[in-house]
Design a protein around this ligand. Structure first.
Ligand code: EAX
Length: 347
């Protein structure tokens, strides 16, 4: 995986005007008194809540290091898609990124348990699981992939946005070309209910919607709106089918080359960033939902019966796929989330 990233890393290095990595260890040992810049790439729109959190992180790190450490945030996919940026971070060509957990699961299969639909009822339940020992263990596992996880970020609950008309039930998805992330379990779920999932990196989505390559997309309201996907895809349905945590990543080779003092500055600032993102996220969906409607979109809530149809639609998927992931972890998460429907389905 790391080797394959070479050409992408070259592209990013060129975009940043850096010299091109030519083999050996990625990252660089940094002496305690050194001044340096952390490049933090992400696909999120510049004003979105995540980037407000990343800006706070940059500010705190700079201030607490007396200006020695600068954090340069590159939002809006300036450095490419999420897979590319994860590879560049492994490589040490950029220092930080914060992808959706689903995309990251391509690099650490144990994270795939978060890619099962309808696990979490609300964000509080998700936080309880993410902040538990199990969540910590999953973050720590990323070290095997050349990445240090500084914490769980948050994208939020994902909803549907369609171009041609409102979707209410799983049956309505039959034959629909839905852009998904490049996430095997997401693709498998949508396929299992008869949709035609079309995986692609985030930077390609807007044009694909406009050109009719796909009939719809799914993402939290905030990103759907800020990335302007709701212009072509203005029929929204609040399915909340996936709670999407992001993971705040820093290059392992880079981080391990830092002094203990700098590592602490970075870790502490990351904790504050996560707290800020969560607090901003608590109200943003409703705010953005109102903006989508004001801009001429429609947002449909499911009836209880329709929601139940969605939940039931994933039972065959759980039965089929539970044994393909770390089943013990999946069960532990469902249990901690109080989700008996799928627990019973996979017993
Ligand atoms: O992590 O690709 C996506 O749809 C993600 O939600 C986005 O990249 C943010």
């Amino acid at each position: 995986m790391i080797r394959k990233a070479g050409f992408i890393a070259v592209g990013i290095a060129a975009a940043l005007g850096l010299s091109i990595w030519a083999g050996g260890e990625g990252g660089h040992a940094v002496a305690q008194s050194d001044s340096y810049t952390i490049k933090f790439g992400n696909v999120i729109s510049v004003g979105d809540t995540q980037n407000q959190g990343y800006a706070l992180f940059a500010e705190l790190v700079e201030e607490r290091s007396d200006g020695r450490i600068k954090v340069q945030v590159y939002p809006d996919s300036q450095l490419g898609g999420e897979r590319e940026m994860i590879e560049a971070t492994q490589f040490g060509d950029i220092e930080m990124t914060a992808p959706s957990v689903g995309v990251l699961a391509n690099f650490d299969k144990s994270l795939e348990v978060f890619d099962f639909p309808f696990i979490f009822e609300d964000a509080e339940t998700a936080y309880k699981v993410l902040d538990s020992e199990l969540g910590d263990e999953m973050l720590a596992g990323l070290e095997n992939s050349g990445l240090i996880a500084l914490g769980w970020g948050e994208n939020g609950f994902r909803n549907l946005a369609m171009v041609k008309g409102t979707v209410r039930t799983p049956e309505d998805m039959r034959g629909i070309k839905l852009r998904t992330m490049q996430v095997p379990m997401h693709i498998a779920y949508w396929r299992s209910i008869g949709a035609a999932p079309t995986p692609m990196p985030f930077p390609e989505v807007f044009t694909s919607l406009q050109q009719g390559v796909v009939d719809g997309v799914e993402n939290p309201y905030e990103l759907l709106f800020s990335a302007r996907f709701t212009e072509p895809a203005h029929f929204l349905t609040e399915t909340r089918h996936i709670y999407d945590p992001e993971v705040i990543l820093i290059s392992k080779t880079f981080f391990e080359g830092l002094s203990a003092e700098d590592q602490k500055i970075i870790r502490d600032a990351a904790d504050e960033m996560v707290a800020k993102i969560r607090s901003l996220k608590s109200t943003i969906s409703d705010e953005i939902r109102a903006k989508i409607v004001a801009a001429g979109g429609t947002v449909t809530d499911l009836t209880d019966e329709e929601r139940q149809q969605w939940i039931d639609s994933a039972i065959p998927f759980y039965k089929e796929n539970a044994s393909k992931v770390d089943t013990g972890k999946l069960k532990a998460i469902l249990e901690a989330a109080g989700n008996t429907t799928y627990l019973e389905a996979i017993q």
